[in-house]
Design a protein around this ligand. Structure first.
Ligand code: GTR
Length: 345
């Protein structure tokens, strides 16, 4: 805990230093190759940026980040370095997003779950059962409507560069959990956003929003009874050790997103913007492959680790239970929900 706090502080100090030496004059260190455009944008400048990641180094999103950073380095002839900081070293997602808005952290990979509090449009991903499967998710993400959502973040001080895979989220508990009714009365940790609170209410549970990094100890000490996530996070966070009952209800498919601060983006030359945008898109395939492998491995590992896993055979009662949430938000998300319907492969 203390170590994490310390590294966050060091991180903030480094960000401040970067703001002074980095973006302020269009680059860090190398002034020789730097030519300023009339608009104040530096061409050929050298940069060192930071990318905040919640997961450890061997997790598929972190691998995607690293591939992205490698491609940017290579295609900029070594001018642009993006240092990936895994394991929430730069802070938990909500605070990282705030720092990205301010330009204090240049890049991050986060879930679209917490993004709902920063951009109304992004809330759509937290609606339950709007996608049938992963192919449906990707068919939408790669459509004009999906990429349009990435651009819509500009009004929130960020720019979406690419989506990454995140499978589907299901509930797990320290208490027996094999059916919908078992959730009634449980205290369930959720990613902080209004939609998640509504979903828990519809399921008769009580929502406890808290940062990801606090979930393990909260499950262990009984502060919460349950949480929800995909197989890779369930495994990598070791939540299965303290909440071994996993019920595969797949209530949400909340993709991951790679972001750059708009403040930083606006200072880059058009050439560098292209390099960054394209590198992000070119890292998707690798991330998806790594995701597929790690998802399978995680399932095997949690089974070996003693988790009891229950498949859901009939999703009808689940969909009925959360239907009021969809009804509540349908008019707000009408257009994008239609695009999601239309993207069904
Ligand atoms: C994971 C996601 C993280 C974080 C976490 C959570 O699936 O990859 O970025 O959002 O869920 O539940 O907080």
């Amino acid at each position: 805990m203390l170590m994490r706090k310390m590294s966050q502080l060091i991180g903030l100090g480094a960000a401040a230093a970067l703001l002074i030496t980095g973006c302020g004059n269009g680059g860090t260190g190398d002034s020789t190759g730097t030519t300023a455009e009339p608009g104040g944008k530096a061409e050929g400048a050298t940069y060192t940026f930071r990318l905040a990641e919640a997961h450890p180094a061997d997790y598929p999103t972190t691998k995607g980040d690293m591939r992205f950073a490698e491609l940017v380095k290579e295609r900029s002839g070594g001018r642009i370095t993006i240092d990936v900081f895994p394991s929430a070293q730069l802070g938990e997602e909500k605070s990282v997003i705030e720092q990205v808005q301010l330009g204090a952290i240049e890049f991050t990979r986060v879930s679209t779950g917490p993004m709902a509090e920063f951009s109304k449009d992004f809330g759509v991903f937290s609606l339950p059962y709007i996608f049938d499967n992963d192919d449906h998710v990707w068919s939408f993400l790669l459509s004009d409507a999906g990429t349009g959502l990435l651009d819509s973040l500009e009004s929130s001080g960020m720019k979406g560069l690419a989506y990454y895979s995140s499978g589907s989220r299901s509930f797990y508990s320290s208490k027996p959990l094999t059916k919908l009714e078992d959730l009634k009365g449980m205290k369930i940790r959720v990613i902080e956003n209004k939609l998640n609170m509504d979903i828990m209410e519809a399921l008769g549970a009580s929502a406890t929003p808290m940062p990801y990094g606090e979930v393990y100890s909260s499950l262990q000490t009984g502060v919460i009874d349950a949480a929800e996530n995909n197989y890779p996070s369930y495994y990598s966070s070791k939540h299965y050790e303290v909440a071994p009952h996993y019920l595969l209800d797949s209530h949400q498919r909340v993709p991951e997103v790679l972001l750059i601060s708009k403040q930083v983006w606006d200072k880059l030359s058009a050439e560098d913007q292209d390099i960054i945008r394209q590198a992000a898109l070119d890292s998707i395939e690798y991330q998806r492959d790594e995701w597929a492998k790690y998802e399978q491995e995680s399932e095997e590992k949690v089974r070996e680790g003693g988790a009891t896993i229950t498949e859901v055979t009939d999703f009808t009662p689940w969909k009925q239970a959360v239907a009021p949430v969809i009804d509540k938000y349908r008019s707000q998300y009408q257009e994008v929900l239609e695009a999601i319907e239309a993207a069904r492969p």
